[in-house]
Design a protein around this ligand. Structure first.
Ligand code: ADP
Ligand code: GLC
Length: 479
């Protein structure tokens, strides 16, 4: 049995802003059959602590960056969780990173230093908690754990750093360094120093024994300047310990045969059962769908996701007889743009601005095609859910989108393996061509249902990747 401490700032269903939470929440269950026992260390936000009313205090810190803290252990929702109960750092409602004014909390450097510091302590073994073999850090918020461990005495656990998104690097000015409690020697080019300040993701990539990211294509992209965003050189220097391991989805949470959010259950053997969901979706979004393609988006509204290109391409989407259902929240200018489009095209464009799990499930079950026109996408989970639910993914050929969707080109159609539509580059023109191509495929209903069936039968579970992580952990634990 390999014991892993997974360290992250989000975990579904306790706290979620994006796919990171889905992955951190699903991996423990996926790894258990492979001889890996995962404990998950999370900041004790109100939503986390309130899910652990029977939590047991297993360790105490007199002063964790400005106040006392406790580590509370419990098993909420099937996860084995350690939460850092530190009200001065985490006792704030709402989004884990930003305050009510929409700006990052100004003590985020200390909040996530605390996560890294506690991870390092638990990683080396604190009273009552046996030390794990591996500390697995997710994204920059957990990254400083690698630096604390690198400067801690032996014995210490091995470390894995997983990059879920290179665009978020956790950079803070040099003035925070003094408060971190790291030795002076840590502030250097081969330490936590990054562009004159402190880089939390940089620290993880500098010191972790192994580095993974969430798809093989993204692993290649981040070794180049465009994708690496300043860290490509470090990754190239450490290329021998970098790998890409695809995400999966929790096939219990995403199961069209049992999903309570659906109007009607269905399965890959009976995709016709989707019709009732298509009608329910059209009704909920006020769409007059007819025979055209019912396109959908479920996304954070950010420039990463390329949805400004979709807004520009709406005349083409409507021109091919399509309709659009969008569930999303994020940058205000994109929220306003899509709300305006919906107001201008009643019956053709339906928009829900906000975060709503039930709607996300119904949209996957009722839409004909799911659009993911990302400029970059480390893995992407919505296209995986779309495959499983029978919505054809229409995606840009980047990162994990390139690795998980098989484009319906003539060769793939002839071989009977196509699962969706890919386009490249991520531009308005290429997206418009993909919308036309999707409409043409849809007009051939036999071809369309064949592609849909291939998607529904493809394996989007964690099985293969859980095996890969288990092997990686076991190899590391042996060294
Ligand atoms: P990212 O993590 O970059 O946002 P992913 O595709 O990896 O992208 O994961 C996004 C996750 O968040 C998926 O589980 C998706 O269903 C969910 N999601 C995104 N936006 C919304 C929303 N507005 N309402 C409900 N779920 C959403
Ligand atoms: C990030 C990425 C997304 C990925 C998710 C989980 O949020 O943007 O592509 O699927 O992390 O790894």
């Amino acid at each position: 049995m390999t014991a892993v401490l997974s360290v992250a700032s989000e975990a579904y269903p306790l706290v979620k802003t994006g796919g990171l939470a889905d992955v951190v929440g699903a991996l423990p269950g996926a790894l258990a059959p492979h001889g890996v026992a995962v404990r998950t260390l999370l900041p004790g936000y109100p939503s986390v602590l309130s899910a652990m009313p029977d939590g047991e205090t297993v360790a105490h810190f007199d002063d964790l960056f400005g106040g006392p803290a406790e580590i509370v252990a419990a098993a909420p929702r099937g996860l084995d969780v350690l939460a850092i109960d530190a009200p001065h750092l985490f006792g704030r409602q709402g989004n884990p990173y930003v305050g009510p004014d929409g700006r990052d909390w100004d003590d985020n450097a200390l909040r996530f230093a605390a996560l890294g510091k506690v991870a390092a302590e638990v990683g080396r073994g604190v009273a009552g908690l046996p030390a794990p073999d591996i500390v697995h850090m997710h994204d920059w918020q957990a990254g400083l754990a690698a630096a604390y461990l690198a400067f801690a005495p032996h014995p210490r656990p091995k470390t894995v750093a997983t990059i879920h998104n290179m665009a978020f690097q956790g950079w803070f000015p040099a003035s925070v360094f003094g408060a971190l409690g790291l030795p002076e020697a840590a502030f250097g080019i081969d330490g936590v120093e990054y562009f004159g300040g402190v880089g939390y993701l940089k620290a993880a990539l500098q010191f972790a024994d192994r580095i993974t990211t969430v798809s093989p294509s993204y692993a290649a992209e981040i070794m180049e300047p465009d994708g690496g965003l300043g860290l490509d050189g470090l990754l190239r220097a450490r290329a021998d310990v970098v790998s890409g391991v695809l995400n999966g989805v929790d096939v219990e949470v995403w199961n069209p045969e049992t999903d309570p959010a659906l109007a009607s259950p269905y399965s890959a053997a009976n995709p016709g059962g989707r019709d009732a969901n298509r009608r329910a979706l059209a009704q909920e979004f006020g769409l007059d769908v007819g025979d055209g393609v019912l396109f959908a988006v479920i996304s954070r509204l950010s420039s990463q996701k390329g949805l400004d290109l979709l807004a520009d391409a709406m005349p083409t989407l409507l021109g091919v007889g399509g309709t659009l259902a969008l569930v999303g929240a994020g940058e205000p200018w994109l929220e306003e743009r899509f709300s305006r489009l919906a107001a201008e095209h009643p019956g053709r464009i339906g928009v829900f601005i906000g975060y709503d799990e039930r709607k996300a499930h119904l949209v996957q079950a009722g839409a004909d095609a799911l659009l993911v026109p990302s400029r970059f996408e480390p893995c992407g989970l919505t296209q995986l859910c779309a495959l499983r639910y029978g919505a054809l993914p229409v995606v840009s050929r980047v990162g994990g989108l390139a690795d998980t969707v098989i484009d319906a080109n003539p060769a793939a159609i002839a071989a009977g393996v196509a699962t969706g539509v890919q386009f490249s580059p991520t531009s308005q023109g290429a997206l418009e061509a993909a919308l036309r191509r999707t409409a043409a495929l849809h007009a051939d209903s036999d071809l369309w249902t064949g592609i849909q069936r291939n998607g529904m039968r493809s394996d989007v579970s964690w099985d293969a990747s859980a095996r890969t992580y288990a092997k990686l952990y076991a190899e590391l634990a042996r060294t």
